[in-house]
Design a protein around this ligand. Sequence first.
Ligand code: ADP
Ligand code: MG
Ligand code: MG
Length: 918
Amino acid sequence: MNVQVTTGSGNGSEPDTAKYVYLFTEVEEAERHAGNWDGVRGLLGGKGANLAEMTRVGVPVPPGFIVTTEACNAYLEAGEQFPPGMWEEVLAAVKAIEEATGKEFGNPDNPLLVSARSGGKFSMPGMMDTVLNIGLSDEVVEGLIGLTEDPRFVYDSYRRLVQMFGSVVLGVPDEPFEEVITRQREKRDVKSDAELTAEDWREITDKFRVIFRKNTGMEFPTDPFEQLKMATEAVFKSWNGKRAVDYRNAAGIAHDLGTAVNIVTMVFGNMGDDSATGVAMSRNASTGEPELEGDYLINAQGEDVVAGIRATKPLSNLKTVMPELYNEFEEIANRLEAHYRNMQDLEFTIENGKLWLLQTRDGKRTAQAEVRIAVDMVEEGLITKEEAVRRVQPAQVDFFLHPQLDEEAKKATEPFAEGLNVSPGAAVGVVAFDADTAERWAKEDGKKVIMVRPETKPDDVHGMLAAQGILTSRGGRTSHAALVARQFGTPAVVGVSELDIDLINREMSVGDLVVKEGDWISLDGTLGLVYVGEMPTFVPDINNPYLLKLLSWADEIRKLGVWANADYPRDARRAREYGAEGIGLCRTEHMFFETERMPIVQQMIMTKSERERNEAIDKLLPLQRGDFEGLFEAMDGLPVIVRLIDPPLHEFLPAHDELVQELADLKIRLQHLDSMAAIEQTLDDIQVKQRYLERVEALHEQNPMLGTRGVRLGILIPELTKMQVRAIFEAACRVAKAGIDVHPEVMIPLTSHVNELKTQQLALESVAKEVMDEQGIEIDYKFGTMIEIPRAALTADEMAEFAQFFSFGTNDLTQTVFGISRDDAEAGFLVDYIQKGILPENPFASIDPNGVGKLMDIAVRAGRETRPDMEIGICGEHGGDPKSIELCHKIGLNYVSCSPFRVPIARLAAAHAVLNEK
Ligand code: ADP
Ligand code: MG
Ligand code: MG
């Protein structure tokens, strides 16, 4: 326990006690005790720390104090006992705010009223709600009526205290209270609460106290200090409430942080027409536009604005109604923005023409607003370019790539529920409560479906694949649902603990709101929100000028190049538009899969005659050349790495089972034919299928991923890779003659021994030279290899004698390092491993730093020993993953190559890698 002599808290006579209470004026002491601002937030909670900080910088905050998170923890540890000295400190702090306000707690002639507000380091649902108007009793009420001459206001305040205290502190349900008000309205034959009189509120207060007694077995405590004590204890206890614990579990927030209690002098926005209350954002939270935005109500209390009982007015109206107060507020908002160097979310109250701030915190905003605000703040001189880049997370760039829920629609709709934002983007569809229904509705009826489950399991994957979005009530960031959703890029919200899913009655509910199977819902996977209904969506603009500016700053910072994986000119052009500085991987076999080429490719594989095979290969040559020409043109001036054929040949032939089935069908048909011509035709067909089947069987391998593929194919059928190299160089020479600046790099896949490289590369280089001689032009080119087998990585020094560049194929490398089949990974034991914590994360999503990463590091060092200026990159899917990008930066790669869509994310992540190093 920390030992500190306290000032102003009156227990200086017990120097051995920790300090549990800080006045809003004592933020410096809190900082001394806690070390830094982060520590202050931990000690005082976010809300309290900011109230104290605002007080320090001269913003009008009603006097108050904070009972610390340490007090909360001590209270809970001691079995719900205040730690020694704490209550005395509270009493002393009450004295201090009495002095500051000139009022007295419990004194009817000049009463001090306070609110009790919870607030941990991170704001989280499940914590205790605020209790307002603490300090009212029968005598105080009488006195206050004399002072304010407004009995209606006083009784309304009193009944609010009884109601809030009952429901928040003691868990009395709200309905009986609401019922009383409704009946009073009926009795008076009025429509709104505003029409109820002072006498009505007095009667209501009496009835509330009866409800209180019936539900709690005790009288409503009219001793203000008793109220304060019970409220404080209730806040402490709420830290261990079920919802709070569930939320922390799901969100990965530590359980030992504790919550603070903020005791704040009440100010009243409901004291007449020169009083008001409202909330505001210092900038537009959806677009980031630099304009104050908010809502307010004249003659109302704070909760009325949030609860939406009365229609609020836009803050801009206040400019005309109370111009001076508006200007003062605007000035404070700007000052706080400058102070925190961030957009602020503010609560204010105006009491009889005097402005008070009741809360400030960094405002929640969309990714679009985040980007704009970061850029604007640089231009306003508030933050540096580096800070702007650091502020925007790579995942937020994702926002610009996925459909999103329409902002206007979101503003007009209350979320149905909130959970963890585990996979970004919007999804809109009808609810299906199991995987089979989800799949059937999606596939057979063409419906858009959101699959909703308490949690998901491997045998739900077919439904998850068919669904637009995934929603679960349980599970955290590494739950099965979260992992699979991210893997497939499906928007998902998980861990919605307030959601009750009734699989028997096929419905789900939050409180009274029920959604049945087949009803429309909308998910915001970016923010973790669930809405009822079918909301409109839009696709944000990746060419957003603020994003472009931010990315250009990221480019100034980053050291890694960002290239793209692209097989077609169209993809290459897009990649370039997004800022790609080269093509790190063009997969030539994708070109083989096109319908008009498949027969030629099959002919090449099927034939036993060398002549026929070469004929087929010759037919492929001009087609491939055409592909490469387009690619080189699109990438004018930039390097293009073309990978030679990689997959096992059987992938180009029909599946074995299919052939067997077709053969069986043909043979049955044969028995029913009588026309000679038809019989002959069928016999021919059978013969063809038979040949395919034989070839497929001959090519069959137990482990095709470890079989005849990559460089092994090139060595087995040298004509094939020679044709590819000829196509590459003929294309390069042609476009070069047309004035294109071309830099082809030929990449040999799956090498494991230097002799493979030697054999293949030397043969291919002579083809390249031959073509350039024929064409009479010299091209700048490289030959190199993929590093995707552990042996290649370990012998990189030998490899580098031939290879002029390396590119890590981390999909295969991860597969071979772990010995885990990447194609079975998602549905199999790997997910289970991650959930159990056996593996910290999916190594196919993020490079395993200690195994695969280490091997890469070895290969980089060894390769550069032989060839110091060796160009080294990565072309596996990890190339677009921010964590993996950081690793690539650390081990000194020259570039990462990823899918065109991830290029902007990679640019930002590469800059973050540099900034994180500092
Ligand atoms: P939340 O975390 O839910 O926003 P708050 O503690 O901020 O809860 O309080 C709820 C409402 O009560 C807010 O509108 C706030 O401005 C208002 N409020 C809290 N304390 C006071 C006070 N001392 N005087 C007037 N209004 C208050
Ligand atoms: Mg608040
Ligand atoms: Mg590979």
